[in-house]
Design a protein around this ligand. Sequence first.
Ligand code: SF4
Length: 686
Amino acid sequence: MTRRSAASICPYCAVGCGYYLEVEEGRPVGIRYMPEHPTCEGALCPKGNAVLDVLNSRDRLRYPLKRVGEGWERISWKEALDLVAKGLSESLRDHGPASLGFLASSRCNNEENYIFAKMARILGSPNVDNCARLCHAPSVVGLGGSLGTSAMTNNIADLADSKCIFAIGTNLAEAHPVVSKWVQRARDRGAKVVVADPRVTSTSWMADLHLRLRPGTDMDLLRGMMRAVIDFGLVDRRFVAERTTGFEELSRSLAGWSVDEAAKACGVPAADITRAARLYAGSSASALLYSMGITQHVCGTENVRACADLALISGQVGRPGAGIMPMRGQNNVQGTCDVGAIAEFYPGYRSSTDPASIDIFKEAWGVPDLPLGPGLTSTEMMEAAVDGSLKAMYIIGEDPAVCDPNTGKTRKALEGLEFLVVQEIFMTRTAEMADIVLPAAAWAEKDGSYTSMERRVQWIDRAIAPPGKAREGLSIICEVADRLGLQLGRPDAPSVLEEIRRTIPAYGGMTRERIGEIGGLLWPCPSPDHPGTEILHIEGFPTPDGRAKIAVVRGRPPAEETSPEYPILLTTGRIVLHYNNAAMTSRSFPLLRREGDLHVEMNREEASALGISEDDPVVVSTRRGEVEAKARLTDRVIPGVAFMPFHFNDANLITSDALDPISKIPEYKVAACRISAKSEEVLRRR
Ligand code: SF4
């Protein structure tokens, strides 16, 4: 019996943990920890420990499928690819390239996403995007605007050198569990931990100071902290003078604002705001961590810029232990944006609205013309499908019918398309709506590179064969492109990596051999002899004048307010056992057994006043619809606030689709809701 180990990467979150896949007779039979991995050091969270359940699931898509009435017919690859090419070409011919939308996948590797975005743009459509739109588009735009680049400034292990860690809008102990190991290590070395979150969470348990702000008031808190930094003389004057612009304007904008007003607005005592500011700005090395609690708001981009402002005026960037850490979600969401599968950018963050970018890629790709952007974002594609201007979509590894906010609207949008093709590993809700479903290889079944949230680019080789007739995504995309008459050839993943190295300077030194070593390399790595970059901005910022830009930020209130009919603010987030739409984690019995249903956390006293007991079935209603959940009574949320994980039972049917006008991210984090016992809701309707 032949048994071997293959180095692999976790397919869930963007921490990028490594492990070995144990393969026997071509089948995955176990995992072995990887203590030499620089980020995880052999650790995996429950999801990472359960990856075999995805690879071995009987539910994997194995054959190309064609919709026939309400059912599916198994078809050959030739027929499937011909039908995909026909569907896309008909929209192209009848309605022009802007009628096509392409949704890339942050679960797929860099090579697939690069080629997918290249295909879309050579076809003439600027409409290519990925699920960063739903999590960190405000970082791409906001942090990019402040620092010149939107990625984590420091590597994850560097957190151990921080003297203060300020985590705002991130429950990292559940969403990025392995990162909490590094936070704990810093704490063991004496660092102070400050957590800003409306809820008591596993992360706030680690905190020396927990700021329990009201949902949607992050800007008030951040402006209050900046006010305190200025008032207490904690501005790093030298850093501000030598390395930034815009401080005077920010300072003037805060002139009419006080810590007391901030306290009133966000519900955090003024003394705690001041203490947080002193801990953060006064330490010799502070890290600021944020995630979707900051970004998923109508002022998400401004929230990100406020985080950057706080770090910049405090001089907490560009040193070991001092940096800004946007905690990204999907395993390759960083790489998918890096390689240009995003509406605002061609590969390497070259603006899609800049004619110079078009010229660069016309030459690199040997084509006479390319579309100027920005194309439609994923959220705008759904609007365009509703108004009829978007006619066809090619979606890879994304499930907008479950993951978008206000999914009732998204489903109508997808239903209205003339043609929908979905390339997937499981039959998701979105795949169920497709005309053609293409079965794709999962991460361990194909070659390619992934870029984690710390800019770590890691290559994995195919360890096992895909199930049934499923194929590697790269070859599927190239065959579709072939049939559409594009000259992309049939490159394998190493050849695409070579093209990425030529077109994206930060990847220039990332040969397959180098990033195939355990731990890979962190970008920028411009040449084959460059060691990669653990900490950004030590010397300067990649902006035209080499300085970071401090922005004036004011924010705006959430799009929804409570009312007598909807008196509770609902916020959503992750739990440690599941991931996004749970398409993968729900294939793991151990994970499902521990948490398999939608629940809503309610304040104990509030629930009691409503006659709701632990585990009661309740109906959670918002202005968009309702879902059923089990009540979980707790003191983790204050009265007037409820929390729901978004993994099950169509939770996003009721979330808000109000958009941040800059980054177009939806405001998942604030919705006014009503929670009633199920029996009450039945009576109400009579
Ligand atoms: Fe996977 Fe993230 Fe868990 Fe690491 S922390 S094992 S990358 S889900």
